[in-house]
Each structure stands twice: as structure tokens, then as C-alpha cells.
Design a binder for this molecule. Structure first.
Ligand SMILES: NC(=O)c1ccc[n+]([C@@H]2O[C@H](COP(=O)([O-])OP(=O)(O)OC[C@H]3O[C@@H](n4cnc5c(N)ncnc54)[C@H](OP(=O)(O)O)[C@@H]3O)[C@@H](O)[C@H]2O)c1
Length: 316
């Protein structure tokens, strides 16, 4: 135990608050994804591509590819181990919903884990979110988890494409850290509400942020429905897909941006921990969208993608 605290002290992270631990996780993960982007394309693709981008070729084209392909690189061999079904994405939303229920139950029951973390966070004296912003952010995150879970069960068309176990582990860790990030900056308000009732008031910032969140969620649902209605694998070309290659990723970024606005401390535009989550989402989905564009260009021809943005209109 002493050696663990010694190591943390050497690294200068022994007195990080729970929010700062979440921020470190998001930024280090985003940094790793970013560094993978500078690798040669075949290595990047072996480490990053999952889902349809990595789908097994049909028997006939597999034989053709085998005859033409150069020998596999180290990362192809490495990532050929531990491939799981892409449909295991559902575990992320089960985890997200379970964390939302757990933290909701901790709040209602004045639970010891929430109290310990809230006291640690409160001691760090970082800017605090009021009770309304904290509860609305928690509710929105719960809603997002439930919606995505329902989409996985009732909307998504089953496929057989794979995902590397590292993506699966990272996804579970991401939803664990996000579950904490949405309430941790409201620690003081939570502790105070356990002593005496706290006022609930909806600021324009919370209302606008929640409205944008609702809009982005509805649009993302349309995108997922369109993908589910396609023959696997064809080029999506309806709705937002007319303008963007991965609009479902665009709306994911808007969801987290609006969540960061809702959960902002008084006098701030955004919640720092949720903003760090957004940095991770932007990096991760940006890299995946890049892989999607390359896959579509290869499969359908670059001309079919002309005039479409990859993920962020006018930027990327
Ligand atoms: N917060 C985060 O860090 C994070 C990270 C990743 C994803 N997400 C979110 O999770 C959601 C799903 O992401 P994803 O990366 O799994 O999306 P995706 O790779 O586009 O796949 C979504 C679904 O659409 C199917 N699909 C994709 N392209 C298709 C095509 N051309 N034709 C027919 N079907 C197609 C896939 O089939 P297969 O199952 O057969 O592949 C899968 O069922 C997105 O909204 C994304 O924003 C969030």
C-alpha cells in the first residue's frame, strides 16, 4: 500500500480529486488514440478499425484478397486475438444505465461511496455546480444510456462484424468515468442537500443545453434507424447522411457538448470533466470517422463521397 502511495506521490497524482482522475483518464485515452493516428495507415487501421470497417470479406473476395495481399503486419496479428462481436456495444449502455441507477440510489440513500467521493471533491475547492445542474445532467446521461440501450435491442440490425477487446474495455471505462463526471462537480450541493433542502431553479443555460441535448439525441436516433434499414453494407445517403459521412458521430459530440453546458458550474460556460469526455469522444470518433471514409472510398469510390463532410461541417 505504501509503495502504491509512494508511486502516486512520485507521479504527482496522489492528491488528485475524483474529477481530476476522470479528466486524466479522458485526456490520456484521447492522447493514445491521437498518437495511433500518426502510425502508418495499415497499423492505424489494425488498431482502430472495428465494426463494418473491419468486417470479414466474403468467401470469394477473401480468396482474391489473400492472393493479392502482402503478409500481415505485427498489429494485424496482435489484433487478430481478442476480437469480440461489435454488437457487444450494448454492454456500454447496460453499464451506463447501471451506473446511473447506482449513483441515483447513492444520492437518494445518502450512500457512503458518494459521500466519500463528494467530500474528497469538495476539499479540492474546484468550481461547484448547483443541485439543479447536477440532477439535470445526471437525468440526461441516464436518458442517453436508456435510449441507446433500446436502440441496440429494438433498432440496430444484428451483424457479425468484430471489435477488439481493447475497445470494449475502453468503452466500459469511459462510461464509468462519465457516470461520475456528470455529478462530481455538484459535490457541495449534494452534501448540502443531505443536510437541508436546496432550491431547484432552471437557468437559461440549463434549459438551452437540455433542449440541444434532446434535439441531438432525436437526430442521432434517426441516423441509427437509417443505418439499421440499410442492406449491409451499402452507402447511407439519406437525411443527415446526404451532408456528412458519420452524422451519428456528429450528434454524439453535440450531445456531450450540451451536457457540458448543462453541468457547468456557476459563472462557467462548461463543466471541465464533461469537456474532457468530449475531447475523448471527438478524438475517438474523429479517428473512426476517418476510417469509415477510407472504407467507403475504397468500397464505393471517392466520387460518391464528394461534397460530404466527414464528421464536423466546414472543419473535418
Ligand atoms: N461516446 C463514445 O466514445 C462513442 C464511441 C463509439 C461510438 N459511440 C456512439 O455509438 C453509436 C454507434 O457507433 P458505431 O461506431 O458502432 O457506429 P457504426 O460503426 O456506424 O455502426 C452502427 C450500426 O450501423 C451498422 N452500419 C454501419 N455502417 C453501415 C452501412 N454502411 N451499411 C449497413 N449498416 C451499417 C453497423 O453494423 P455492424 O454491427 O454490422 O457493424 C452497426 O449496427 C454512434 O452513435 C456513436 O456516436 C460513442
Amino acid at each position: 500500500m505504501d509503495s502504491v502511495s509512494g508511486l502516486l506521490a512520485t507521479l504527482g497524482v496522489d492528491d488528485l480529486s475524483p474529477a481530476e482522475w476522470c479528466q486524466v483518464f479522458f485526456i490520456v485515452s484521447a492522447g493514445c488514440v491521437f498518437m495511433i493516428q500518426v502510425l502508418p495507415d495499415d497499423m492505424r487501421s489494425a488498431l482502430m478499425d472495428y465494426g463494418a470497417r473491419r468486417a470479414k470479406p466474403s468467401q470469394a473476395s477473401a480468396e482474391k484478397t489473400k492472393a493479392q495481399a502482402p503478409s500481415q503486419g505485427f498489429f494485424d496479428v496482435l489484433t487478430s486475438y481478442g476480437q469480440l462481436p461489435h454488437s457487444w456495444f450494448i454492454h456500454f449502455y447496460i453499464a451506463s444505465v447501471l451506473w446511473s441507477i447506482f449513483w441515483g440510489w447513492q444520492f437518494m440513500s445518502k450512500g457512503s461511496l458518494m459521500r466519500t467521493m463528494a467530500e474528497m471533491q469538495h476539499r479540492s475547492q474546484s468550481p461547484e455546480v448547483d443541485l439543479t445542474g447536477t440532477l439535470v445532467a445526471w437525468l440526461l446521461m441516464s436518458y442517453q444510456g436508456v435510449r441507446r440501450l433500446f436502440e441496440c435491442i429494438f433498432v440496430t440490425k444484428p451483424g457479425s462484424s468484430p471489435m477488439w477487446f481493447v475497445h470494449w474495455v475502453l468503452g466500459l471505462a469511459y462510461y464509468t468515468a462519465t457516470g461520475v463526471s456528470v455529478w462530481i462537480h455538484g459535490s457541495r450541493a449534494i452534501l448540502q442537500s443531505w443536510e437541508s433542502p436546496q432550491p431547484i431553479h432552471f437557468t437559461p443555460q440549463i434549459i438551452i443545453g437540455a433542449a440541444v441535448f434532446g434535439f441531438a439525441g432525436a437526430q442521432q436516433n434517426h441516423c441509427h434507424s437509417h443505418l439499421a434499414g440499410l442492406k449491409k453494407y451499402t452507402l447511407p445517403n439519406e437525411g443527415w447522411f446526404k451532408y456528412l459521412i458519420c452524422p451519428h458521430y456528429t450528434f454524439e459530440c453535440i450531445l456531450y457538448l450540451s451536457l457540458a453546458v448543462v453541468a457547468a458550474p456557476a459563472g462557467c460556460m462548461v463543466n471541465r470533466s464533461v469537456l474532457c469526455a468530449l475531447v475523448f469522444v471527438l478524438t475517438n470518433l474523429g479517428a473512426t470517422a476517418y476510417g469509415t471514409k477510407a472504407w467507403y472510398a475504397d468500397k464505393f469510390g471517392a466520387g460518391k463521397l464528394a461534397g460530404k463532410w466527414t464528421m464536423i461541417p466546414f472543419v473535418f
